[in-house]
Design a protein. Structure first.
Length: 232
């Protein structure tokens, strides 16, 4: 089977302007992946499926990844002018110092697909796409038209991570109900405080549900007392 470098070269030759980049995996497995530019992803996916040598005809699984904003600190060398006094005479000289600078790397959402070839008996080849951000630009092209097995898996990613797959034939929640707000696999997801919709035998959840119910009842009693006072 071709290396990721060879696959990238084949994609670049077949799909001009594909914008594919190699994402190295530093682990022992060294299972490097290919990040596709969303605007060319469907064309690249079609090539990977139809190419005679690769014949990646089976999408085994797709999943989402949430990358929150990250603060990064790095050391940089900065040259600045300093005033020095030598024998009572002030002179200006350049001085190079090392400073630690911090900046925020914007977060994004990512869809990751593992491809195999049933016909050739090789794989996996890992491809991925990332959104512009985690808020209002979370669209990616659906790969369901290329691999039908992506349909339910992209629905799951949409449900749990919030990636909107354009061109998907039936994009709706898969695990949560339609009225559910938020996406449970986001790293900043906050669990709801009301568990009435999900009866459970777990003691810690029951305690939280009872505390929630007590607050609601206390609020109702106070409302009734205010109503009586107003009537008097």
């Amino acid at each position: 089977m071709k290396t990721v470098e060879e696959i990238k070269a084949a994609i670049d030759a077949a799909v001009p302007g594909a914008g594919v980049e190699i994402v190295p995996n530093p682990s022992v497995s060294a299972q490097h992946s290919l990040r596709l530019a969303p605007e060319a992803a469907v064309a690249v996916a079609t090539f990977l499926r139809d190419d005679a040598e690769l014949s990646l005809d089976f999408l085994s699984n797709a999943t989402g990844v949430d990358w929150p904003d990250k603060e990064v600190a790095e050391k940089v060398k900065v040259t600045r002018l300093v005033i020095k006094t030598v024998d009572g005479v002030e002179t200006t000289a350049e001085e190079t110092v090392e400073e630690t600078q911090k900046h925020v790397v914007p977060g994004c959402l990512e869809a990751v697909y593992h491809l195999f070839s049933v016909a050739k008996g090789h794989g996996p080849v890992v491809i991925r796409m990332k959104t512009v951000n985690r808020s209002d630009q979370v669209q990616l092209p659906s790969l369901t038209p290329v691999w039908r097995s992506a349909e339910f898996q992209e629905r799951e990613i949409f449900d749990l991570f919030g990636i909107v797959f354009s061109g998907h034939p039936d994009l709706r929640r898969l695990l949560m109900w339609e009225e559910f707000k938020d996406h449970p696999m986001r790293r900043d997801y906050v669990e709801p405080d009301d568990f009435e919709y999900e009866p459970t035998a777990h003691d810690d959840v029951l305690k939280r549900a009872e505390a929630h119910r007590s607050r609601e009842q206390g609020s109702g009693i106070r409302d009734q007392e205010r109503g009586v006072e107003a009537a008097q």
